[in-house]
Design a protein around this ligand. Sequence first.
Ligand SMILES: [Zn+2]
Length: 377
Amino acid sequence: MQLTTVVQLQTTPAIHAALVQTLRACNLACDRISRDAFDSQTFRKYDLPHLTYHPVRAETQLAAGHVVCAIAKVAHAYKRDTATLRTFQPLGGIELNKDTLAWKVEEQAVSINAVGGRLKISFLCSAAQKERLRGKRGQADLLLRDGQFYLSVAVTVAEAEPFAPQGVIGVDLGIVNVATDSEGNTHTGEAVQRVRRKYRRLRQLLQPKKTRSARKHLQKARRKESRFVKNENHRISKELVCLATDRQKALALEALTGIRQRGNGLNRAARTELNAWAFYQLGQFLAYKARRAGVLLMEVDPRYSSQTCSRCGHCDRANRKTQEKFECRCCGFQTNADFNAALNLKARATLSAGLMFREEAHASNQGQAVSFSPDYS
Ligand SMILES: [Zn+2]
């Protein structure tokens, strides 16, 4: 399976300047190639080099590898539509190939062919990243974000043999608690709430201001927030997959298309937060981490899972007394609302797969089956 991993380059001011110059030169070359392509209506990856390679090399003194990648970038940009002239951000990311980038993974360093000569640059990475970088590496992009240079690299990761699950863990996704599982764990803390509120306030403060500095500030805050969300999503998905491997169970969560619809009954602020939280990303992370670990990931219909009693199956909006509290109007069952929903998802997944796991069999023998009556209208 292919993943993208990102490492931060440790640059000195001189190296930083040389890399900035390289980005500028490459993007300028892209602009020039783009104009030539547009003027002559030549867009194909195989025709463009004939037209542009030699003139661009002669004009820019860029290394061959950079010109090859610039041509590929332009060809790619015209793939979707050729009706408008494409231009490129002066500091947009560029691809590096084996002529312009060499890895020294053991030393945690790379050698990059920049404008003005080759540079040896060390990078920061975790032990897990280093292990992945040792394997087969694919496309690498040089990116500048908030004044820092990064390399984004495609790596190939081994997958575990899928194991036969001994049960299911239901996972309820929500606004207040991002993920709650049917084993009784809540995967978000107060920190998430706090950070999200902070960024929301900042957005409200800055958005009405139309100044350049407010815009820049906002953009930076957005990036920072999305890094935080990404980090949390990595942490949550890792926890869930570890739990599943530990207990040898499958994971069941709602089909992610349902998430947006669920926001309908909420006020605007909550809805914004719901959309802002990258559930889609969480789903993606869960999918690849589960696959890597051999964990079965099941998607279930989440409808009414928050209003249905996980003990007796009675479905009533009034069952959910508050955001937090579930109390069945029929059998009186009381529990945390997200936990109740997670139990429902677990039961649905078990049912839909037609599986009867040992644990469920045991429960029904005791007369307290996790039953679910499909009550959709
Ligand atoms: Zn009930």
